[in-house]
Design a protein. Structure first.
Length: 255
């Protein structure tokens, strides 16, 4: 939560001096249209919030004097959810994890409020994002005396459908700073864990409970669905809807 707050404050602080600076250095007069229709962007937001290994790029294409479409794709990693030892039952001996994120946006630039040609200015529009994350951990089972090895695998995904409000600055006609400031969504979270090895049902439930506690610690909104925790502990399945939110900063090149 602290990272999210710091990130939002930084966006708020940046927007005011950037407005004057961008307008001063963009020599195209209001009402003129540029022949440059593309913006290639780098999104450092997942890198700042979660892991330096996260790399995300997006491409925006201007399709009319007031509208554009944007596509985003990236590699995603989260910090590990659980420690090396889980409820004194298993020890994690190996770890593999990877994920991806993808987004489609349709932007309507509010040209009556903007003083520059697009892609500069205030915009609003719908978006759809998809996240997928998988992990596989080797286990050393403490209670077992024979066959002490096991495996814990997980596959989680999320869909977010929402509306965003943002502002994009253009510097020297070429460089862009794009900020999504408000982006509420309806979000679906799904997933499944699988634990194999010499463990009985109650022990598997204890491991799932520890994993679920870490999930709601990182994503508190999941906890608002009271039946989710019980279902996840018993079956390892996640299946919930909740309200989500999107915000980001991107640096781009206009060509």
């Amino acid at each position: 939560m602290m990272k999210n707050l710091i990130f939002s404050i930084c966006c708020f602080v940046l927007i005011f001096p950037s407005t004057f600076f961008a307008q001063k250095n963009d020599s195209i007069a209001p009402g003129q249209q540029s022949n440059l229709k593309n913006v290639l962007k780098f999104n450092p937001t997942p890198m700042i919030l979660w892991s330096w290994k996260n790399v995300t790029f997006s491409y925006e294409r201007i399709i009319s004097p007031r509208q554009s479409v944007s596509f985003e794709l990236g590699y995603l990693e989260f910090p590990k959810l659980i420690n090396d030892t889980v409820v004194d039952l298993v020890n994690i001996t190996s770890s593999e994890k990877w994920g991806l994120n993808a987004t489609v946006e349709y932007r309507f630039y509010l040209t009556k409020l903007n003083t520059r040609h697009i892609p500069a200015g205030l915009y609003i529009g719908p978006y759809l994002t998809y996240y997928q994350y998988q992990f596989k951990n080797g286990l050393d089972i403490f209670p077992a005396t024979v066959d002490t090895t096991g495996m814990m695998k997980g596959n989680f995904w999320a869909f977010n459908l929402g509306v965003e409000l943002g502002y994009q600055f253009v510097f020297w006609k070429r460089w862009t700073l794009d900020m999504v400031l408000v982006g509420p969504s309806i979000s679906y979270y799904g997933g499944q864990t699988e634990i194999t090895g010499n463990l009985d049902g109650s022990q598997v439930e204890q491991i799932n409970e520890a994993l679920y506690d870490k999930l709601i610690e990182r994503f508190p909104g999941i906890a608002t669905f009271s039946t989710t925790g019980k279902t996840f502990q018993q079956t390892g399945k996640l299946d919930v809807f909740r309200m989500g939110f999107r915000y980001l900063v991107q640096i781009g090149f206009h060509f």
